[in-house]
Design a protein around this ligand. Structure first.
Ligand code: ATP
Ligand code: MG
Length: 417
């Protein structure tokens, strides 16, 4: 128990962390190109932010949040998603008074009490972006385009962009009614969660992962057929903008996002290469979220992208992530005088930008060479009493086993060549 990580969590070990660094750098780079600035918000927030923001009819708020009371008797929740905290910060710091739109990106851990399986964890990580302050569908296209170019830039080909419109509160009402009428005769067969959704939020039934419910909703009335003029027009514009940008997509009327706050544009990037949890990235527009959380009526659009699922997809697609360089130089020493000299050299090399290592386990010289091999050191410098007396060292190329004699004063120069 003590030495097992909690269910649904994963360590990223040093041998794997380079993959994370790689995608994190790629995401930061593309966000910079698109003019998005990083924002970092706390790991926990007041619970009410999520019950209002994410919506208390969602799975997340109803049964997935890590909520606890702190010693000050406040209800606190570990972030289950990235958008609401960014919205909270935007309001708190009155960033709406700046020139709009506001364009943010983030890289955050998220926590949801879900059933752990491949691509579904309890502690996972998301990249995300948000654009606040514009109603224009150019912003929706820009957000989708960034996600598309990020995935393509990583060499992932096996993903499909699916888009839909989930309408606005105005047109959603008529759809909700039609959907309830359609489902009413099948009510008894719905899963317990969906029975509960029937009154509160029937749209979510379309997104139920249970096979029974998925069958029951076949042929159900779709939101896309109920869009008002404004929403229809907006959806047309998103599609035109994507076409202008040369981005392929399919319209999938079945896309319903898991959070309550979406309006109009909804989209997902889906792959069939990593099993059932194939949605790598999901997002859309949320025109009332900022107001709902207590800010001015300012619209927004963004996405969240699961980093674990991204890495799984890259692996499934055979994308090679370059391994970082190992040790440049290993300093092997024999005797106390050599050790003192070696320590000084070690520091100078590191200061000169060289990845240098020395033994700290009091190994004999044979052991030091073995260790240098284990570290995949490219070169080894050997220093003993003879070398110190002659003011020369041998630099061994570990790949070719060739040795070169170098004057003491030239070591740094030689090794930084
Ligand atoms: P799903 O339908 O797969 O449950 P979701 O609609 O709950 O996803 P969002 O809340 O939109 O997902 O989160 C955005 C992205 O975060 C998802 O597309 C996915 O890549 C990732 N994600 C969501 N939940 C998890 C989880 N429990 N473990 C790992 N990644 C997740
Ligand atoms: Mg989910």
């Amino acid at each position: 128990m003590l030495t097992n990580a909690p269910k649904g969590t994963k360590d990223v070990l040093p041998s794997q962390v380079y993959k994370w660094h790689y995608v994190e750098q790629a995401f930061a780079d593309i966000c910079a190109k698109y003019g998005f600035k990083e924002i970092r918000t706390p790991v926990f927030e007041h619970t009410e932010l999520f019950s209002r923001g994410v919506g208390d009819t969602t799975d997340i708020v109803q049964k997935e949040m890590y909520t606890f009371q702190d010693y000050g008797k406040r209800s606190i929740t570990l972030k289950p998603e990235g958008t609401s905290p960014v919205v909270r910060a935007f309001i708190e710091h009155k960033s709406y008074a700046d020139v709009q739109p506001s364009k943010y990106y983030y890289n955050t851990p998220c926590f949801r009490y879900e059933k752990p399986q491949s691509g579904r964890l309890r502690a996972f990580h998301q990249f995300g972006i948000e654009v606040f302050g514009t109603n224009n569908m150019l912003a929706d296209a820009e957000v989708i385009c960034l996600a598309h170019d990020f995935l393509a830039g990583l060499g992932i080909e096996n993903v499909q962009l699916r888009i839909n419109s989930v309408g606005c509160p105005g047109c959603r009402e008529a759809h909700r009614k039609a959907l309830r009428d359609f489902l009413r005769p099948k009510y008894d067969e719905l899963c317990d969660t969906c029975k509960d959704r029937f009154e509160r939020n029937p749209l979510r039934i379309l997104d139920c992962k249970s096979e029974v419910c998925q069958k029951l909703v076949q042929g159900a009335p779709m939101m896309i057929d109920f869009l008002c003029e404004e929403c229809k027009d907006a959806f047309d514009q998103v599609q035109q903008n994507l076409t202008s940008m040369g981005i392929e997509f399919v319209v999938d009327p079945g896309i319903v996002r898991g959070l309550d706050y979406y309006t109009k544009t909804a989209f997902e990037f889906v792959t069939d290469s990593i099993g059932a949890q194939g949605t790598v990235c999901g997002g859309g527009r949320y025109d009332h979220l900022i107001e709902e959380v207590g800010g001015p009526p300012i619209p927004g659009v963004g996405f969240g992208l699961g980093i674990e699922r991204l890495l799984l997809t890259m692996e499934a697609n055979g994308v090679e992530i370059p391994q970082p360089e190992g040790v440049d130089v290993f300093i092997a020493v024999m005797g106390d005088a050599a050790k003192a000299f070696g320590l000084k050299l070690l520091r100078q090399l590191r200061q000169a930008g060289v990845r240098a290592e020395m033994d700290t386990m009091a190994r004999n010289i044979k052991g030091q060479f073995k260790y240098a091999n284990r570290l995949h050191a490219k070169k080894t410098v050997v220093i003993g009493d003879n070398e110190l007396a002659e003011k020369k060292v041998a630099i061994k190329d570990m790949e070719t086993s060739q040795q070169a004699e170098v004057a003491m004063d030239d070591i740094i120069k030689e090794l930084t060549k």
